[in-house]
Write a protein that binds this ligand. Structure first.
Ligand code: HEC
Length: 138
């Protein structure tokens, strides 16, 4: 009798351990699926376009015009920009922090795009907001 109880006891333990292992494995898979989904949304857009519009209207509007239509002899239009479409948020952030001086071979207008649009106080987060706003203009 005693050995029979021990047998069932061990069997139960094995079953429970087996279940826990399976459950754990399932969770791991779910976790990694979740985190890759997070990464994808981060690339699409992390900024807040409403907050970005407020910054845009103070900093970028002077050259890129209201609604991003561009101003002749100053900033390029965003509404038709291939650059904006081909560049992800991370690359855009780097671009805006550096700007594109008139001496840059990629510069097409002969006019400076100043670093951070000439406002060094802009934080990365504010710039990401601006990027999110600018993307709504296309
Ligand atoms: C002093 C004027 C000026 C200000 C202010 C300014 N820009 Fe620009 N920006 C330019 C010019 C000029 C170019 C085009 C440079 C060239 O010829 O390639 C440009 C180009 C760009 C481009 C690349 C467009 C393309 O199609 O190649 C982006 C993106 C951009 N600016 C974003 C911004 C943002 C965001 C701000 C505000 C934070 C801003 N700019 C503020 C002058 C300005």
């Amino acid at each position: 009798m005693k050995t029979k109880n021990t047998f069932w006891f061990i069997l139960m333990i094995l079953l429970l351990v087996g279940l826990a292992a399976c459950g754990g494995g399932g969770d791991d898979r779910a976790d990694s699926a979740d985190s890759s989904a997070d990464e994808e949304t981060a690339v699409v857009s992390t900024g807040d376009p409403e907050a970005g519009k407020q910054q845009y209207d103070q900093v970028c509007i002077a050259c890129h015009g209201p609604g991003g239509e561009g101003i002749e002899g100053l900033g390029k239009p965003f509404t038709t920009s291939d650059f904006l479409q081909e560049t992800n948020d991370e690359e855009m952030l780097e671009f805006i922090k550096v700007g594109r001086p008139s001496g840059d071979p990629l510069n097409t207008t002969g006019v400076d795009m100043p670093p951070k649009g000439g406002n060094p106080a802009l934080t990365d987060e504010q710039i990401l907001d601006i990027i999110a706003y600018v993307r709504t203009l296309q």
